[in-house]
Design a protein around this ligand. Structure first.
Ligand code: RIB
Ligand code: CA
Length: 311
């Protein structure tokens, strides 16, 4: 089995928490750190929530670093409607025992990546891209030293989920996303075109509920919350599961189809702020970006269920 060193940067957040449970349980991943950012809920809650998930997963060997409290230029965003005021749906939050790492997330990203061989550390960004953009500004060599940057973010054919034309993570900090997409690092973007094909249906939630492990029980409870929100907000039955998609790709890339592209972000217009212009007319040999066009929803849930199954 090949082991991928990985840093996860996230804003837990219900689906971020599911992505973390998947990553914490996957033997193929050497999780170097979890970094948090303000996004779905404020930064002090995303940091606490990451430590709560870490404790439930029994992975207090993985450091958690708190990161940016606000975007590079815009006021703090928020998506509490979809994640609950505490950010973990209706899971009862508690004060976690595990410590918070010293220093800001951006410094941790620079230190962890730059001291390892070029291309050996992947970064998964599951929230606004502020921490990674700050890290790139702090260390100009970072973009060239990074392994794959797998991102949950972006809107193309499906349209947006926070505005007509933008997906939340990119909309929340479009300036940071523009920095990352323009940096020259290899980005694989899992936008709504792919994540809307990965839905938490009743049978899939029940399969997780049937497992006798704390992470599986918590994951099922988180998905039940999203199911209720989806019914109330959209009158639909099965909520999309966004943030586990980049992690699933690292573990089983065959679950997704990718297309070479060039991704640019709207930062000038308030009307289309955060829109991702995904241009497929590129030279595949030199394109640095790839866009996920299809996802095997059942395959992602089978991976999640198999990984969370108690040993
Ligand atoms: O648009 C979906 C993204 O926004 C996910 O990362 C979710 O956690 C929210 O942050
Ligand atoms: Ca997120």
């Amino acid at each position: 089995m090949s082991i991928q060193s990985l840093i996860i940067d996230c804003d837990p957040g219900v689906d971020d928490a599911v992505a973390l449970f998947l990553a914490f349980a996957a033997p193929e991943l050497e999780l170097l750190a979890v970094c948090t950012v303000g996004g779905n809920v404020p930064a002090h809650l995303t940091q606490r929530n990451a430590r709560i998930v870490r404790q439930i997963a029994g992975r207090e060997d993985v450091p958690v670093y708190g990161g940016a409290e606000r975007p590079l230029k815009r006021p703090p965003a928020g998506a509490g409607d979809f994640h609950g005021p505490e950010g973990l749906g209706d899971l009862e939050p508690f004060e976690p025992t595990g410590i918070i790492g010293d220093g800001p997330a951006a410094n941790a990203i620079v230190d962890l990546v730059m001291k390892r061989p070029a291309g050996s550390v992947a970064v998964a960004v599951l929230g606004p891209m502020t921490n990674l953009a700050l890290a790139m500004k702090r260390e100009r060599r970072l973009a060239d030293h990074l392994g794959p940057v797998v991102v949950m973010g972006g809107a193309r054919s499906e349209g947006g989920n926070i505005t007509a034309s933008a997906e939340f993570n990119i909309w929340a900090d479009p300036d940071a996303a523009a920095v990352v997409f323009a940096s020259g690092c290899d980005v694989i973007a899992f936008g709504l075109d792919a994540t809307h094909q990965v839905r938490a249906t009743e049978p899939r939630i029940r399969a997780l509920q049937a497992l006798r492990s704390e992470p599986a029980r918590a994951t099922a409870a988180l998905l039940r919350f999203s199911q209720r929100v989806e019914r109330e907000a959209n009158g639909a039955e099965a909520p999309p599961l966004h943030d586990p998609c980049p992690i699933a790709w690292l573990l089983k890339p065959e679950l997704f189809s990718l297309k070479p592209c060039r991704i640019e972000v709207e930062t000038a217009s308030e009307l289309t702020r955060g829109h991702t212009a995904v241009e497929f007319r590129v030279d595949p040999a030199t394109a640095r970006h790839r866009w996920a066009t299809t996802a095997d929803g059942q395959g992602v849930f089978d991976l999640l269920t198999d990984t969370l199954k108690p040993a």
